[in-house]
Write a protein that binds this ligand. Structure first.
Ligand code: UT7
Length: 328
């Protein structure tokens, strides 16, 4: 039998500060009603000045380690998926490694925007199946509010901060854990969502700062369409790899980008509302952190039993898409 990736424990970290739709009404020309009907978001979390993605990632990872009773020194692989890393380099994973004291780990970042956490799980799964590592900490950590333009109403109502972590080990009885995944990307859509300046394409200058080019830009409407299509494809191809259909899915945990995207997706897949976990109203879009936060919450609320078939599905800037199937 194929080995599987057992989920030993999870952890999350979200900042205390809440930014409500009412708060945003005072900052840009928008309304609580517009934001709720167009996105499903009521509030999101905002990290304090000086707090970076590695800080939230470290807290989420420490929570997962504590829950498992494993010390950081025992971690062999440490992956951080992020679109809002502390630096261009070094990797945020190396910063988290230092913070945790995970001295024995191999640490690196995964860049796949909102699909990053599922890319990370899949990379961990592959490296562990090949025998290179026996355990991994996979983290999704974002402080998107630090790169959000609070003068741009088309983006600032959407994004929030947070981090989620999963500690995984290799198992072989196939009862519980990750057993299939599918990844995809299409570079034709790089312009649909990006951070134009600050990289080598457009290095920082006084002009790039003046022109607000160090903030997330997004063609929301176009992104919406490719999001629904790519998440449907990711879901179907992941299920196909495992010989399952949408009828076998007990809980779908989609990337929380927009409630209307989730509703369009589940309609296409024929998955009823009661089998979908949604928390977008409380956190907004936390990119690579959204799925591990939602999975942690669903697990903590007792919504997942050992036999539950859970489908995780995401899309993100790039564009990228991904599906991961697990039991438990
Ligand atoms: O990082 C990748 C993840 N990103 C996503 O997943 C984004 C996917 N896209 C979306 O979620 C949606 O496209 C948005 C929520 C971003 C926008 O919703 P929409 O229904 O696609 O709105 P729209 O862009 O078509 O804009 C409709 C109208 C426009 O006004 P006019 O031109 O019709 O007069 C916008 O100017 O809504 C206006 N608008 C707003 N009005 C009030 C845009 N943002 C706001 C706002 N408040 N915050």
């Amino acid at each position: 039998m194929e080995p599987y990736l057992k989920i030993v424990s999870t952890g999350i970290s979200v900042p205390d500060k809440v930014l409500t739709n009412q708060d945003l009404e005072k900052m840009v020309e928008t309304s609580d009603e517009w934001i709720i009907t167009r996105t499903g978001i009521r509030e999101r979390r905002v990290s304090a000045p000086g707090v970076a993605s590695s800080d939230l990632g470290t807290q989420a990872a420490q929570m997962a380690l504590d829950a498992a009773g494993i010390s950081a020194a025992e971690v062999e692989l440490l992956l951080v998926a992020t679109a809002s890393g502390d630096y261009l380099f070094p990797s945020t994973a190396c910063v988290v490694q230092k913070n945790l004291g995970a001295d024995q780990a191999t640490a690196f970042d995964i860049s796949a925007a909102c699909s990053g956490f599922l890319y990370g799980l899949t990379v961990a799964y592959s490296l562990m199946k090949s025998g290179s590592y026996r355990n991994a900490l996979v983290i999704g950590a974002e402080t998107l509010t630090k790169i959000t333009d609070y003068q741009d109403r088309s983006t600032c109502v959407i994004f929030g901060d947070g981090a989620g972590a999963m500690l995984v080990t290799l198992g072989n009885d196939n009862n519980n854990g990750i057993f299939a995944s599918h990844l995809g990307s299409d570079g034709k859509f790089t312009t649909l969502s990006n951070l134009p300046a600050g990289g080598t394409r457009l290095p920082a200058t006084a002009d790039t700062v003046r022109q607000h080019r160090h903030f997330i830009k997004m063609e929301g409407n176009e992104l919406f369409k490719v999001a629904v299509r790519s998440m449907e494809e990711a879901a179907r191809l992941t299920l196909k790899k495992a010989g399952l259909t949408t009828a076998d899915v007990d809980i779908l945990i989609p990337h929380q980008a927009n409630l209307r995207i989730i509703n369009a997706l589940i309609k296409r897949l024929g998955i009823p509302d009661e089998r979908v976990y949604i928390n977008i109203e409380r956190y907004g879009n936390t990119s690579a952190a959204s799925i591990p936060i939602a999975y942690h919450e669903a697990r903590s609320k007792g919504l997942l039993s050992e036999d539950s078939v859970v489908l995780l599905v995401a899309f993100g800037g790039g564009i990228t898409w991904a599906g991961v199937l697990l039991r438990g």
